[in-house]
Design a protein around this ligand. Structure first.
Ligand code: ADP
Ligand code: MG
Length: 322
């Protein structure tokens, strides 16, 4: 029988980087670079709601941290460290070890050590995961949602739609299609948070958000916070290649409304186009200009004929009435 403390020692405790106090005391300690603010964010992931209970545990470990690092990316913050809260219905050691490997691998990629957490038995038979991240950012350069200005370009990193297509296949909303699933599944299960891009755009871009609930919904948050509107060109959207064979209406739903993307949507002055492109190129990330911030409130998407699309898909809302 593995005790709580064996499990922590075996799966999660790692030597903390120099100058930090990590797993093993009542609190973790870390320093903040002089003059910077701490950026912090937390996300809760529940089996059956945020992930399929039979998902590969390594991928789940990766994604649990990825969705949080994505929030740091969207502020332009540099990761410092993270905390992991875990409720487990039982101790399935190989499962927890694989989860921890996936988690730690992404910690290493982004220099975001796991410095503490809490581990407990779940009361209801379902895994629950809570991750909190800490980062450092210059408050003047932080990419807030409220910074978009009329005339800004709207940019999107990476590609859109694949994660949502994978979700629809795995949830049974779409008929089985093994080839499509194989092409889309990595986007759903192994999102790569755009941390370096966010840091590169801090101080250049005016506003940013990470796309977790769908491009339209998340850009809508920037528009509301900035009190502006936007017009997007559907033809310019970076549709994932995996969606090439899908009927247009289906692809459109995934691209405009699909969540779990974890790419960045940013707005920036057109005078900074070259800097944005260079910044993305220097870290090997695709970035695409998809529209413009306008004074007229609301979000319009123009089709290839230049006509506004009438029935835009909504994004994900946990409390939406159905
Ligand atoms: P406390 O009783 O003070 O809450 P715990 O016994 O819960 O301490 O945890 C012991 C140590 O292990 C603490 O440093 C805590 O941060 C760390 N810890 C517990 N669970 C995890 C986890 N899932 N990941 C990382 N660190 C953890
Ligand atoms: Mg505890």
């Amino acid at each position: 029988m593995t005790s709580e403390f064996d499990l922590i020692a075996r799966c999660f405790a790692r030597p903390a980087p120099d100058g930090m106090l990590g797993v093993g005391d009542d609190c973790a300690l870390f320093a903040v670079p002089h003059g910077k603010h701490v950026a912090t964010s937390t996300d809760l992931l529940l089996a059956g709601r945020h992930f399929f209970p039979d998902v590969d545990p390594y991928a789940l470990g990766h994604k649990s941290l990825a969705v949080n690092l994505s929030d740091l990316a969207a502020m332009g913050a540099q990761p410092i460290g993270c905390l992991l809260g875990l409720a487990l219905p039982n101790v399935d050691l190989p499962w927890v070890e694989a989860f921890a490997r996936g988690f730690h691998a992404l910690c290493d990629t982004h220099g975001c050590p796991l410095i503490g957490g809490d581990t407990t038995r779940a009361a209801d038979g379902h895994v629950a995961i809570s991750v909190t991240v800490f980062g450092a950012v210059d408050a003047q350069r932080a990419l807030k949602r409220s910074g978009a200005r009329v005339g800004d370009d709207v940019w999107v990193s990476g590609t859109l739609g694949a994660a949502d297509a994978a979700y629809r296949l795995l949830s049974g909303q779409w008929a089985r299609d093994d080839a499509l699933l194989a092409a889309c599944r990595p986007a759903l299960e192994r999102p790569e948070p755009q941390v370096a891009l966010g840091m590169g755009l801090a101080g250049i871009a005016h506003a940013a958000i990470d796309i977790s609930d769908g491009l339209l919904q998340d850009l809508g948050h920037i528009l509301a916070a900035s009190q502006v509107g936007a017009t997007l060109q559907e033809a310019d959207l970076p549709v994932d290649d995996a969606l090439a064979a899908l009927p247009a209406a289906q692809a459109r739903g995934c691209v405009l409304g699909g969540g779990d993307v974890y790419q960045l949507c940013v707005t920036a002055d057109p005078a900074d186009r070259d800097r944005i492109i260079q910044s993305a190129r220097s870290i090997g990330v695709r970035i695409t200009r998809v529209g413009t911030i306008v004074s007229q409130r609301g979000l319009r998407v123009l089709d290839t004929a230049g006509q506004p699309i009438g029935d835009l898909p909504g994004g994900f809302d946990h409390f939406a009435s159905t």
